[in-house]
Write a protein that binds this ligand. Structure first.
Ligand code: AMP
Ligand code: ZN
Length: 136
């Protein structure tokens, strides 16, 4: 447990939350500031600040659980779609620095805005990026 981490406290049951699912590694809770009704968060019980810090096995389990909850969400809410989001770093919109996966139910014409204006993959960007990732 990392001191002063709200999700550590929620995962440990020290701060109340609406728990939809729990196992030895994770809690799935309802987001208190939902983008849409039913917005949930998958939280590991152990503290890792972001995806980069997550051990491979736990990261795998987290996304498998997100899939399981997505299927439950679809059935329970009869939503038309689901956004699965995972923010890393302030620049990416992360506000709680304890890894979590968002699941947001979507409905046709719900007007919720999660998106971007498509740019263009130029030939020079493509060449530069292929080279950068080849070097890794
Ligand atoms: P992110 O911006 O990806 O770090 O997402 C953090 C999310 O945590 C936001 O959607 C908040 O609404 C949510 N959140 C913050 N505090 C709580 C809390 N005590 N219980 C449930 N969700 C929370
Ligand atoms: Zn934490």
């Amino acid at each position: 447990m990392t001191e002063n981490c709200i999700f550590c406290k929620i995962a440990a049951g020290e701060i109340p939350s609406a728990v939809l699912f729990e196992d030895e590694d994770f809690r799935v809770i309802l987001d208190v500031g939902p983008a849409a009704k039913g917005h949930m968060l998958v939280l590991p019980k152990q503290h890792f600040a972001n995806l980069y810090e997550m051990p491979d096995e736990l990261a795998g389990k987290a996304f498998i659980l997100a899939k399981k909850m997505a299927r439950k969400m679809k059935k329970a809410l009869n939503c038309d779609g689901i956004n699965v989001l995972q923010n890393n770093g302030e620049a990416a919109g992360q506000t709680v620095f304890h890894f979590h996966i968002h699941l947001i139910p979507r409905y046709r014409n719900d007007m919720l805005k999660i998106g971007w204006k498509p740019g263009e993959l130029t030939q020079s960007d493509k060449a530069e990026l292929l080279k950068k990732f080849e070097e890794e």
